[in-house]
Design a protein around this ligand. Structure first.
Ligand SMILES: O=C(O)C1=C[C@@H](OP(=O)(O)O)[C@@H](O)[C@H](O)C1
Ligand SMILES: C=C(OP(=O)(O)O)C(=O)O
Length: 458
């Protein structure tokens, strides 16, 4: 959690004075877009990616793959509907330079791809990328036959000396600090000479839905995957060597980015509809239906999408978020506005996300008068009346959206560097004010409609 010395403009988080009633079209999933880009680049034929997310993380992924020789062109999709990317695989080349920014998916998914390039690929990124764990990927690739120059700390920067191919085979890793280590090795494995067998040997593995997403997407392009959830050995994933198919894939809306909008319905006792919410998905954000229902709302999922309705009161919750860690900042924000205490557990690994999210949430919510305590693996949150103030984001998109949720109910919250939402949701400020019914922040909903519960601090 490093506070930047330069403070980009403060964004006055708009306060809701009534129940929201909005339909919010949420852009594509970061996790699906970046997996699809990698798989399409490794395929043996061109493919289409419709409604891809265009945000910092996905543009960095596209730029990196282009730097290695992949064609990624703008198009309108095979049936003429909607914006799309046409991905044209090619022999992967080095020398190349990859800027990972602070994207976990780019820094973890691409070193295995770079092993297949025919020259050196240098990886660098934001200062925070030097602190985020990469040891599982670096160590595994070295033991599978790769030559990597790194400084031995298990982080960036590094250079992968691609040899045009990688042996692959069996490897053991400790992925308790990030599920992305497992996903990274599986995604490129069909192109390794012997495929891969990845065995997780550490303590609990976080973010299992994201590993399911990797397995599902690999299977959808023709890869053969054996894994624990379909009868395989616990904590072991095997991918056989094979060619991959080019596909025409439409990216689902990012359900984790739907979180702040659904939260607005919960906080204001309003209603928000997210069109195209998938009926079946591996995205962890789908768990919001259950979590936010437990926190006081109700939802209806139809072919059209998800409609979530708040009751006007936010309840505290005791919940293990290990499977859905990226939802923690938004849930913590709601918990600070609730009518009873909350305990969020299973998310120690969030200390190594975009920032140390447990420290950042504690400091910023307490800075507004809250009562948040860090535990060994999460947060304990006692709701208290909050007051306005600056909510720092530490270059973390989900800190910015968490602050905006609090700002709905607390006057005078100002978000420092709301632009950091560009990591996965570049239009967030406009979408937020649009949801609230005003183009620029002042919210003109009739007063009195906002159900106020004791702990909310409004
Ligand atoms: O594979 C993915 O797309 C992701 C996996 C998770 O990472 P961790 O397992 O490191 O938490 C998640 O938090 C991140 O936002 C996206
Ligand atoms: C942890 C996250 O991102 P990353 O892909 O950079 O790990 C996140 O989006 O919450």
């Amino acid at each position: 959690m490093t506070e930047s010395s330069v403070h980009p403009a403060l964004w006055p988080a708009p306060r809701a004075t009534g129940a929201v009633d909005a339909t919010v079209t949420v852009p594509g999933s970061k996790s699906v877009t970046n997996r699809a880009l990698v798989l399409a680049s490794l395929s043996s034929e061109p493919g289409w990616l419709r409604r891809p997310l265009r945000s910092r993380d996905t543009l960095l992924m596209a730029q990196a793959l282009r730097a290695m020789g992949v064609g990624i062109e703008e198009g309108v999709g095979p049936d003429g509907s909607g914006e799309a990317w046409r991905v044209i695989p090619a022999g992967l080349h080095g020398p190349a330079r990859v800027d990972v920014g602070n994207a976990g998916t780019v820094m973890r998914f691409l070193p295995p791809v770079a092993c297949l390039a025919d020259g050196p690929v240098h990886f660098d990124g934001d200062p925070r990328s030097y602190e985020r764990p990469l040891h599982g990927v670096i160590g595994a690739l070295k033991s599978l036959g790769a030559r990597i120059d790194d400084d031995g700390r298990g982080t960036l920067p590094l250079t992968v000396h691609g040899a045009g191919a990688l042996d692959g085979g069996a490897v053991s890793i400790d992925a308790s600090s990030s599920s992305q280590f497992v996903s990274a090795l599986l995604l490129s494995a069909p192109r390794f000479n012997q495929g891969v067998e990845v065995r997780h040997t550490g303590s609990a593995l976080p973010s299992m839905p994201h590993i399911r997403m990797t397995v599902d997407m690999l299977r959808s392009v023709g890869a053969q995957v054996d894994e624990p959830e379909t009868g395989g050995e616990p904590n072991v994933w095997r991918v056989s060597p094979s060619a991959l198919l080019g596909r025409d894939l439409t990216v689902e809306p990012d359900l984790s980015n739907a979180q702040p909008f659904l939260a607005a319905a919960l906080v204001t006792g309003g209603r928000v509809t997210v069109p195209d919410w998938p009926l079946r998905t591996t995205q962890p954000g789908d768990a919001l239906r259950e979590i936010f229902t437990a926190m006081g709302g109700s939802c209806e999922l139809t072919e059209r999408g998800l409609t979530f309705t708040g009751s006007g009161t936010v309840h505290g919750i005791d919940v293990d978020l290990s499977e859905v860690g990226e939802l923690t900042p938004g849930i913590a924000a709601l918990a600070a506005l609730a009518d009873s205490p909350s305990t969020l557990s299973g998310v120690a690994h969030l200390r190594l996300h975009e920032t140390d999210r447990l420290a950042a949430l504690t400091k910023e919510i307490n800075g507004l008068g809250g009562d948040v305590t860090e535990t060994a693996d999460g947060l304990r949150i006692n709701p208290r009346p909050l007051h306005g103030g600056t909510f720092h984001t530490y270059d973390d998109h989900r800190m910015a959206t968490a602050g905006a949720i609090i700002g709905l109910a607390v006057a005078g919250v100002e978000i420092e560097n709301v632009g950091t939402t560009a990591k996965t949701l570049p239009d967030f400020p406009a979408m937020w004010t649009g949801m609230l019914g005003e183009p620029s922040g002042a919210v003109g909903v009739s007063p009195g409609a906002l159900g106020v519960s004791p702990g909310r601090g409004v």
